[in-house]
Design a protein around this ligand. Structure first.
Ligand code: COA
Length: 175
C-alpha cells in the first residue's frame, strides 16, 4: 500500500523541488492553451522559486507537496481568507503519469478537513476557460462558475479565466 502525505513547503530545498515539477507540468499541460512565451512568463511570475518564496513570506500562501511514499507527485497552494470564511485554492497540479487515480480528490478531502477545522464554508479558484478537462473535474467536485475574469498580467499577456466556487460540504462529498 502506498502512503500519500501532504508535506508543508517551508525550506528553499522544498521550494526548488516543487517549482521544478511546476515548470514541467506547466510546459506539458498548457502548450495547447497558451503560447510558449506566455507559459515562460507565467512560470517565472507565479511558479518560480523566487515567486513562491515571496508568496510564502509575504502573500499568505501555504503550499503542500503531495508525496506518494517518497515520490513528489503534485502540489497544492492555498490562501486562507478568514474574514470571508473562504479558502482560495490557487494551485492544484498532479504530475501527468499520476492523474486519474484519485489523488486530486484526496487533495480536495485534505482541503475540506482544513476548512472544517477553520470554519470556512467555501473554496474558490480560477481556471483558464479553455482548460476543459480540468473544468469538468472541478464541476464533478461541486464547483460552479461564478463569473469570467480577464486579468492583465503584463507584457501584453492576459489570463482568461472562470472564477469557480464550491460549498465545502459538496466539494468533500459530505452532502
Ligand atoms: C486537475 C488535476 C489536478 C486533477 O487531478 P487528477 O489526479 O487527474 O484527478 P482525480 O483522479 O483525483 O479525479 C478527481 C475527480 O474528478 C473525476 N474526473 C476525472 N476526470 C474527469 C473528467 N474528464 N470529467 C469529469 N470528472 C472527472 C474523478 O472521477 C474524481 O472524482 P471522484 O473522486 O469524486 O470520483 C490534474 O488533472 C492536473 O494536474 N491537470 C493539469 C494541470 C491543471 O489544469 N491544474 C489546474 C489548474 S487551475
Amino acid at each position: 500500500m502506498n502512503t500519500l502525505t501532504f508535506e508543508p513547503v517551508r525550506t528553499a530545498e522544498q521550494i526548488k523541488e516543487m517549482t521544478d515539477l511546476a515548470a514541467i507540468i506547466w510546459h506539458q499541460h498548457f502548450r495547447t492553451i497558451l503560447s510558449e512565451g506566455q507559459i515562460d512568463y507565467m512560470v517565472d511570475k507565479f511558479q518560480s522559486a523566487h515567486a513562491v518564496a515571496e508568496q510564502l513570506a509575504n502573500q499568505g500562501y501555504q503550499y503542500f507537496m503531495l508525496r506518494l511514499d517518497d515520490r513528489l507527485i503534485g502540489f497544492i497552494g492555498v490562501v486562507e481568507q478568514p474574514e470571508e470564511k473562504k479558502l482560495f485554492l490557487s494551485k492544484l497540479y498532479i504530475e501527468k503519469s499520476f492523474r486519474g487515480r484519485g489523488y486530486a480528490s484526496r487533495a480536495f478531502a485534505f482541503l475540506a478537513k482544513l476548512c472544517r477545522e477553520k470554519g470556512y464554508t467555501a473554496v474558490w479558484l480560477t481556471v483558464n476557460r479553455f482548460n476543459y478537462d480540468t473544468i469538468a473535474i472541478y464541476e464533478r467536485k461541486g464547483f460552479q462558475t461564478v463569473r469570467t475574469q480577464i486579468a492583465d498580467i503584463g507584457q501584453g499577456y492576459v489570463m482568461d479565466d472562470y472564477v469557480m466556487e464550491a460549498d465545502v460540504e459538496a466539494m468533500a462529498g459530505w452532502k
